[in-house]
Ligand binder design. Structure first.
Ligand code: TRP
Ligand code: SF4
Length: 347
């Protein structure tokens, strides 16, 4: 039987994860870890490409994301879970790629100009910021990944990765190609509004966090926008244009959804009541995650140990690729492999 395809994906540690992350990337990873040979990592170096001036939050954010992921059910026994900076091979491959990548390839990545405009408070005319999609290419190709689960916003980066792989293989031919071209596995994500009705996103400040305590969830729901037609309790509403109902579609059962539709369109329930039911559904969903999360959060040293063990496994896979890369480029071989020979040559 053919070995399971290899999956690689990363998350930038910008802080605690929210319900939108859970419904998108995290749920997807939970599914994938059961079916594929999965490598998932927390991209702490990527966080530096925009937040280089004040790095004081990176370590804590990395831990928070690890807690959220494991709390949500990502299992470090089933997948390889690690922190990017614990695997220095990412930096080595990125450096080698920087030698062969034309500047214009990076300048035309759509996120480059967009982000520079969005984050106009910071000076992003840095070398690292321009190069971050190339760091992402190194992240992916370092594991000779077959599939890269990402959202639509990251597709251009995987496209760049494929171009870099092709260029590398052309310059440094080997049989078979050292760097196979990975494919995008587009992450399905249901429409999940934040409390202001726009897409839930950290940058809008409208999120409900996986780690929010129940009273906080209920409080946030109370402030959530509704069908603006329901000014008074006696005004009828339309769930189909109400963001609260979008939450019901994800977190409430069919019976509750029916009760809401009925009550809203006849003004027999109030928005406060309706929001309470939505909060019930969310709390039911996050409660078991929070229980696991709290148990892990009580022992941060153990969590770091788990991540270090993940990094060791990741290094073994990464080093196997790097040997092929150094060979193909006719660079000096490394004296001793970092990881055990047996594992590293399993590739
Ligand atoms: N750039 C991705 C993001 O902002 C995170 C990331 C870094 C990533 N390296 C990756 C995703 C490699 C997939 C594969 O979401
Ligand atoms: Fe929205 Fe519920 Fe109020 Fe209807 S009752 S407008 S669905 S919050």
């Amino acid at each position: 039987m053919r070995a399971a395809q290899r999956v690689l994906s990363g998350v930038r540690p910008t802080g605690k994860l929210h319900l939108g992350n859970a419904m998108g990337a995290v749920n997807n990873w939970l599914r994938l870890q059961r079916e594929y040979d999965c490598y998932f990592f927390i991209a702490d170096w990527h966080a530096l490409t925009t937040d280089y001036a004040d790095t004081s939050a990176v370590r804590q954010n990395t831990l928070e994301v690890a807690l959220d992921l494991m709390g949500a059910g990502l299992d470090p026994e089933q997948c390889v879970l690690f922190v990017q900076s614990h695997v220095p091979q990412h930096a080595e491959l990125h450096l080698l790629f920087s030698m062969i990548t034309p500047l214009r390839w990076l300048e035309r990545v759509p996120t480059y100009k967009e982000q520079q405009e969005n984050l106009s408070g910071r000076d992003l005319s840095t070398y690292g910021f321009l190069g971050y999609p190339l760091l992402q290419s190194a992240d992916i190709l370092l594991y000779q990944a077959d599939l890269v689960p990402v959202g639509q916003d990251q597709v251009a980066h995987v496209e760049l990765t494929r171009e870099v792989a092709r260029r590398f293989n052309q310059f440094y031919p080997a049989q078979p190609d050292v760097l196979p071209e990975p494919k995008v596995l587009l992450t399905p994500s249901p429409k999940l509004p934040g409390v202001d009705g726009r897409k839930m996103s950290k940058s809008y400040g409208n999120t409900i966090l996986l780690a929010d305590p129940e009273p906080e969830v209920r409080q946030k729901l109370k402030t959530m926008v509704t069908d603006p037609a329901r000014v008074r309790r006696t005004d009828k509403g339309n769930p189909d244009i109400c963001p609260v109902f979008d939450l019901h579609k994800v977190f409430s059962n069919a019976e509750t959804q029916q009760k809401v539709r009925e009550g809203c369109t006849t003004a027999s329930i109030g928005c406060i009541e309706c929001k309470g039911w939505a909060a019930d559904g969310i709390v039911r969903y996050i409660a078991p995650m929070q229980e696991r999360r709290a148990a892990l959060a009580a022992k941060p040293q153990q969590v770091w140990q788990t991540l270090h063990a993940g990094a060791e496994r990741a290094q073994q896979r990464a080093e196997a690729t790097m040997r092929q890369v150094r060979d193909a480029m006719r660079l000096a071989p490394h004296a001793a492999p970092i990881a055990s020979e047996k594992e590293a040559t399993r590739a």
